[in-house]
Design a protein around this ligand. Structure first.
Ligand code: KG4
Ligand code: ZN
Length: 402
């Protein structure tokens, strides 16, 4: 089964094409193309994602990215002559589907209509959660494609995509992707810019959210703390890089922590549930910087704050994941979402699983698949997605798993 997958839930326009073999219980994958066009630099100027700017960029990016993805996959077929006159009513339908995306429609008519139908069995698209204007561009685009080529649609949950990203690993010898086999029940820690959730997975498609953040998501906390520290967007990588400076010899010799005595709270670390709360941690950073202007002014001081903040977030995420995994007697632990790029989180989670749950497997996504991408959407669509008629598909900004 060949799936074309499209992801536009936030500030990355992403398209992947992959062939899947084997049953849904033991899937294999051949990746034909996997492309991401990031808008991060554009949104960075505003200190965060601006929904209408994201919508505009998706409109601009989708068609060129689709053509590149087809080219990479060897699917960019020669043009069909005289197609337009035969299919006037179909073209009118495409115009109707894309009436709210005039810029996208223009490109669609110029570059997509003349293509011959590619060999594709289904089109998967993220329909939530995410920014509604951004989601709608991707959804309307695939509706137009599905209509034009007469291909079924598979609407996918973005967080389910992140969950599946942990199964995608590169083989060492040829760097081709393979799909790991999971034993159930499995527990997934999903930590991104909009979500922080612990999900118990009894099997493919069987999800239960057993814990989640009561306020800010972990990624959001990184972004907000970064802003307080005068760092750019996205904050996660910026905080991690600043915190890493503490590791080097010069800072070590200054014995930064006894000098600055920084200790932030570990919110809800000992609460009996599996929920999280990160907004108080951001406030702790705010007050600390306000009350210690000399530390706030020094680079070493800010690095120490970044390190303590990162330590606090990671400690809570790891401790609660391990506790939930023990209580639910899971056989696999999965990590996913943008924050899964955080090296400290990866190391601490791996160490904690080894130490506390030595018989449990721990899968984490490839660094290149921690952020938003369409390959994870393609895999999730193959394993647990269901085909729907295009009219039944619409954006659901607050979509939940399970
Ligand atoms: O999954 P994602 O790419 O987009 C959403 O679906 O939200 O996650 C983006 C989030 C941002 O908040 C970003 O700061 C965070 O992931 N992030 C990180 C790191 N890289 C990205 N957080 C901590 N450490 C990182 N290395
Ligand atoms: Zn995401």
């Amino acid at each position: 089964m060949r799936i074309l997958a499209i992801e536009t839930s936030c500030d990355e326009t992403a398209i992947a094409i992959a062939d899947f073999f084997g049953g849904k219980n033991k899937p294999q994958i051949k990746v034909l193309s996997n492309m991401v066009s990031s808008q991060v630099a554009l949104h960075a100027k505003f200190g965060g994602v601006v929904p209408n700017l994201a919508k505009r960029e998706h409109q601009r990016n989708l068609v060129p990215l689709l053509l590149s993805a087809f080219q990479k996959a060897g699917l960019l077929n020669s043009k069909i002559k005289n197609q337009k006159s035969k299919l006037q009513s179909k073209i009118q339908n495409v115009e109707k589907i894309l009436e709210r995306e005039p810029e996208l429609l223009k490109r669609f008519k110029k570059y997509v209509l003349p293509l011959s139908k590619p060999k594709i069995d289904a089109i998967a698209v993220t329909y939530g959660p995410g920014l509604a204007p951004a989601l709608w561009v991707g959804i309307n685009f695939v509706k137009a494609l599905a209509h034009w080529w007469n291909v079924p649609l598979i609407p996918m949950n973005h967080m389910e995509g992140h969950l599946f990203s942990a199964f995608l690993q590169k083989e060492e010898k040829n760097s081709k992707f393979k799909i790991l086999n999971s034993k159930f029940p499995a527990l997934t820690l999903l930590a991104s810019g909009g979500h922080t959730e612990l999900i118990l997975m009894k099997g493919c498609g069987k999800y239960k959210i057993i814990g989640e953040t009561l306020d800010d998501a972990a990624g959001e906390a990184f972004d907000k703390a970064a802003r307080l520290l005068g760092l750019g967007y996205p904050g996660g990588p910026a905080i991690a890089a600043l915190a890493a400076k503490i590791q080097n010899a010069k800072f070590k010799s200054q014995n930064y922590n006894s000098k600055f005595k920084i200790r932030f709270p570990r919110p809800m670390l000992n609460s009996k549930d599996y929920n999280f709360s990160f907004s108080g941690l951001k406030t702790a950073v705010l007050y600390f910087l306000r009350d210690h202007p000399s530390i706030a002014k020094s680079k070493t001081g800010r690095a120490a704050v970044a390190k303590e903040f990162q330590d606090a977030v990671v400690e809570v995420l790891v401790a609660k994941t391990i506790r939930a995994a023990k209580a639910c007697k899971v056989k696999t632990i999965l990590l996913g979402g943008g924050v899964a790029a955080n090296r400290l989180l990866r190391e601490k989670l791996q160490d904690a699983v080894r130490e506390n749950l030595p018989h449990v497997s721990c899968f984490m996504p490839q660094a290149s698949l921690t952020g938003d991408n369409a390959l994870m959407i393609a895999l999730a669509a193959y394993v647990s997605g269901k085909k729907k008629t295009p009219t039944a598909v619409g954006a659901e900004a607050n979509l939940r798993l399970g």
